[in-house]
Design a protein around this ligand. Sequence first.
Ligand code: NDP
Ligand code: VSD
Length: 336
Amino acid sequence: MPMASLLLLLLLVLLIIPLSVLLALRLLVRPRTINIPIRGRHVFISGGSSGIGLSLAHQAASAGASRVTILARSVAKLEDARDSIRRATGADISAFSADVRDFDAVKKAVDAAGPVDVLICNHGVFAAQDFETQDLEVAKFMVDVNLMGTLNLIKAALPTMRRSRPQRGPGSIAIMSSQAGQVGLHGLAAYSASKFGLRGLGEALQQELIEYGIHVSLIFPPDTETPGLVEEKKRRPEVTSILVGYSSAMQADDVARKTLNGIKSGTFTIPCNLDGLMLAIATAGLSPQRSFLIAFVEVILAGLMRLVGLCYLWTWYNLIERWHAKQEQSQLKWNV
Ligand SMILES: NC(=O)C1=CN([C@@H]2O[C@H](COP(=O)(O)OP(=O)(O)OC[C@H]3O[C@@H](n4cnc5c(N)ncnc54)[C@H](OP(=O)(O)O)[C@@H]3O)[C@@H](O)[C@H]2O)C=CC1
Ligand SMILES: CCCCCCCCCCCCCCCC(=O)[C@@H](N)CO
């Protein structure tokens, strides 16, 4: 066969295979794409008095949400947040003080706030320390707030969210995870446990709620400049900061923007930076993917991302080995 025909055949094969995969994915991806507006909707944000949650409340108000409700424990922080949002956007928001670990208090606040269209379970606490040293009460606190608190909030809001559909249009339950909810790192054991659980919750909930027009999103930020991070960094082990530093840190406003854009398109996995996109492809698993184009990228890059992940692990375990050796050396010097 002449070279020209061989090249043509090769070109056809190289074109036909990807195109046929693309077409198959166009038909295959479930659930289908959806548009969830923020304008004219009731957006309920837990942890909305600080950091990422406060940015979310500002942006939801600026986007024309008919109601923005924030929930947190500290009344003073809630009042400051409400004033800052009113000054910036003119929007009057509702604020409720409740601890997400207390289902009855959360239920009372959610019922008082009225039917929710977009629920953003953003609250969270984090303390980095190697698990053996970490006080078990601190570990339990993170699981109680980050995981159980999210179950409480969704349990409280879900009945009214479901009953008020479809007349109120598509609903969204967005859960603030972390890149530490996609990969476990030295010093983040209990925190990762509290965030990994949110993925199983989200995947199962999406299957249970799709028929009611309620769409689930999980957001996976890297280190984000917030008051919570300032506090965490005061005591975070050096090795944890080095590992976490492999994903570029972000501003709260940028994470909030990524979050709201992902919610509006019903995206299940919302990565926040390029490292997060690679992490999302490497950990895609059986999470829903509504975009056939992103599904195509996931299919094509799955193997490569696993290789990149193995390179990260090679680097991290060498780093951890060197870090322990350095610790032992400085301990020896100290003892001498
Ligand atoms: N900052 C970061 O580096 C990253 C953060 N995340 C996640 O983003 C979310 C927000 O974090 P960030 O903005 O940094 O945190 P902040 O500490 O700045 O804000 C946390 C918010 O949650 C509220 N909150 C904490 N505990 C409870 C509780 N028991 N009941 C009700 N509300 C509570 C706080 O209010 P109050 O204390 O008054 O209750 C506050 O409004 C968390 O889920 C966190 O895990 C994910 C990746 C990176
Ligand atoms: C396959 C390729 C992978 C590429 C990227 C891998 C980078 C992973 C870094 C993980 C960073 C974890 C940030 C946690 C932030 C957080 O939640 C804390 N502030 C709370 O302690």
